[in-house]
Design a protein around this ligand. Sequence first.
Ligand code: IZC
Ligand code: ZN
Length: 406
Amino acid sequence: MDILLTNIGQMATPLGTQARKGKDQREIQLIKGAAIGIENGKIAYAGPMDDSLSGEKTIDCTGRLVTPGLVDAHTHLVFGGWRQHELALKLEGATYLDILKQGGGILSTVRQTRAATEDELVAKCKGLLDDMLRHGTTTCECKSGYGLSLEEECKQLRVTERLQKETPMDLVSTFLGAHAIPGEYKDNREEFIRLVCDVMIPQVAADKLAEFCDVFCETAVFTPAETRVILEKAKAAGLGVKAHVDEIDPIGGAELAASLSCISAEHLIQASDQGIRDMAAAGTIAVLLPATSFYLDKPFARARRMIDEGVAVAVATDFNPGSSPNLNIQFPMNLACLKYRLTPGEALTAVTLNAAAALNRSGSVGSLEVGKQADIVIWDAPDLEYIFYRYGSNLVHSVIKNGSVF
Ligand code: IZC
Ligand code: ZN
């Protein structure tokens, strides 16, 4: 072995190469006194400590908890500036959609992102990704949506492409051109939707700038009918499809995502009973974002009901400069237990294997099994329960990404 991790106090991992749903979501393999062997950046052994194992380099975990690297399946990572001035507006009672309607919110970030160069965005995001890695994230989805023109969306997607090459993080790129109607199309939304469908999607697909297409389907943003048109176009162009749905108002987004066989539907705070059943039947994964509920002071999605109905649940940060300016995935992990009432096992699966499945990566990451990438978190914790019980501090001791130690 190139590297051998010994003296693992507890190794905790879901098993398999597919999303786990229903009662299977909570089934975690727990091994006390475990070891992991790494060869060529991949896991070559994961099981009980065994004296016959040896490595060129040994890492003594001194009784610590070890889990798979965490997968953040929903972020808006690449953006110019921040939106700290919106805090005062919020405290005066303005809602997220009020701020957007006044030309702030997403549109304020669009102005700041357009004003930034590709190099500036790359430099800023390198710092953010470094911070994420230190908090345990080893794979991260990354949505565009702050360009809202062909050129500016492609600029944002090229930043993601460069970050993929220039940082240790594995990035999964999602085109979110339908994130808001930009000011120049305020009175001509049909024209903007045509631009997304007939110009942006074909270009993004041809240049392989994204793997998935997403739409912000919400009151005063994109309607379910518009979302269907855009995502059908994306599917025909060969992109995978996902959607922001039922975050603020229940407008049938979960039903829509299921009917389009989306790989995932995200937010789902207001998802209906029928929508949840449809998602279970379609195998659409729920990517839930409890830190956004916290930050917007909104209800928490009905995660328990989703699991009971057989929907695979993933949990992510929604890191963005407006509704979730937090990139530490440990915080939504705490909220998943405290507010969704997930068990530690369910919540671990939600940020590892199920999150990987929502990104079509569950064959290569999301669990500690032979053949998967050596993406591993060593925690300053004795067991799995501890990391969901403590909160507010970074409990990560160290991270191994593709076999390199950070
Ligand atoms: O910048 O506000 N919800 N899009 C949908 C976001 C949040 C990002 C933002
Ligand atoms: Zn989002």
